[in-house]
Design a protein around this ligand. Structure first.
Ligand code: CP
Ligand code: NVA
Length: 300
């Protein structure tokens, strides 16, 4: 049996495969055909250890639209929550379904699952990475602005899972990435190791935004960091995407946020709901980008 092709990190794709997925996602979005059912009879198991709106709805709707179906599995109701080894669970679940999607805390959980799964495993967010969101973000950029190679993206806020996946995307698609974080919240060294001269670290958000074609941010406290909320509010106070930051960017720059957003914290309502914001196109594109991903992994 051929080993399954997993999507644990964007680095599981080549640059060409990433660009092809983006093109395919744009095609699927613009050519909706209810008779196109390449995943007829196929089943996706979705394991969620953390909350989700976009990821759950987009994977479930995407499977249904391509002719397949999806199962929602919560550790609360499965033996995963009672300590059954990940390796055993992966062998069992993958013997019954065609693809497995996992959202969890520890990145190693997804890696262990993938090692023992006979079918493709998709990382639907870990504390380290959020590669599915980058498929949608990059689809959105290509759709609205064209090729991102050589452009400048500015990340403002926490050096978190989203920021790490942006570093991977910069590497694969060839854009410049300015990252403005407080000193104690820089991206992991393990991820930065990959970054070359394309990635530049800043401590001042307005300086980082100069010349940007895309400004991106995310929540100050991610899922699992709720107890740090107060301390993070202090540390990130000046790391907000507001009108002053947007004014430093290129005139036709766009704003993205993976959502959910906290207006008044990492982004002002004026930016979030303003003309440069494309956050709801970005959210919808989770559906189209993941349909392209499911087709790529399951039909391969
Ligand atoms: N952006 C994102 O992954 O949203 P959910 O947490 O709602 O899935
Ligand atoms: N960084 C956020 C992203 C949510 C989609 C989190 O991990 O909670």
């Amino acid at each position: 049996m051929m080993p399954a092709r997993h999507f644990i990190s964007l680095l599981d794709l080549s640059g060409d495969e990433f660009r092809n997925l983006i093109a395919r996602a744009i095609y699927l979005k613009n050519n909706r055909d209810p008779d196109f059912q390449p995943l007829k009879g196929k089943v996706l198991a979705m394991i969620f250890e953390k909350s989700s709106t976009r990821t759950r709805v987009s994977f479930e709707a995407g499977m249904a639209q391509l002719g397949g179906s999806a199962l929602f599995l919560s550790p609360r109701d499965t033996q995963l929550g009672r300590g059954e080894p990940l390796s055993d669970s992966a062998k069992v679940i993958s013997s019954m379904v065609d693809c497995i999607m996992i959202r969890t805390y520890d990145h190693a959980t997804v890696e262990i699952f993938a090692r023992h799964s006979h079918v493709p495993v998709i990382n639907a967010l870990t504390d380290l990475l959020h590669p599915c969101q980058l498929l949608a973000d990059m689809q959105t950029y290509f759709e609205l602005k064209g090729n991102i190679a050589g452009k400048t993206v500015c990340w403002i806020g926490d050096g978190n899972n989203m920021c790490h996946s942006y570093i991977h995307a910069a590497y694969l698609l060839g854009f410049k990435l300015h990252i403005a974080t407080p000193n104690d919240y820089q991206p992991d060294n393990s991820i930065l190791e990959l970054a070359d001269e394309r990635v530049q670290l800043f401590s001042n958000p307005e300086q980082a935004a100069v010349g940007a074609d895309l400004i991106v941010t995310d929540v100050w406290a991610s899922m699992g960091q709720e107890e740090e909320q107060k301390q993070r509010e202090k540390a990130f106070k000046t790391y907000q995407v507001n009108d002053l930051v947007m004014a430093k960017a290129n005139e036709n720059a766009i704003f993205m946020h993976c959502l959910p957003a906290h207006r008044g914290e990492e982004v002002t309502a004026t930016v979030m709901d303003g003309e440069q914001s494309v956050v709801f196109i970005e959210a919808e594109n989770r559906l189209h980008a993941q349909k392209a991903l499911l087709e790529f992994l399951i039909c391969a």
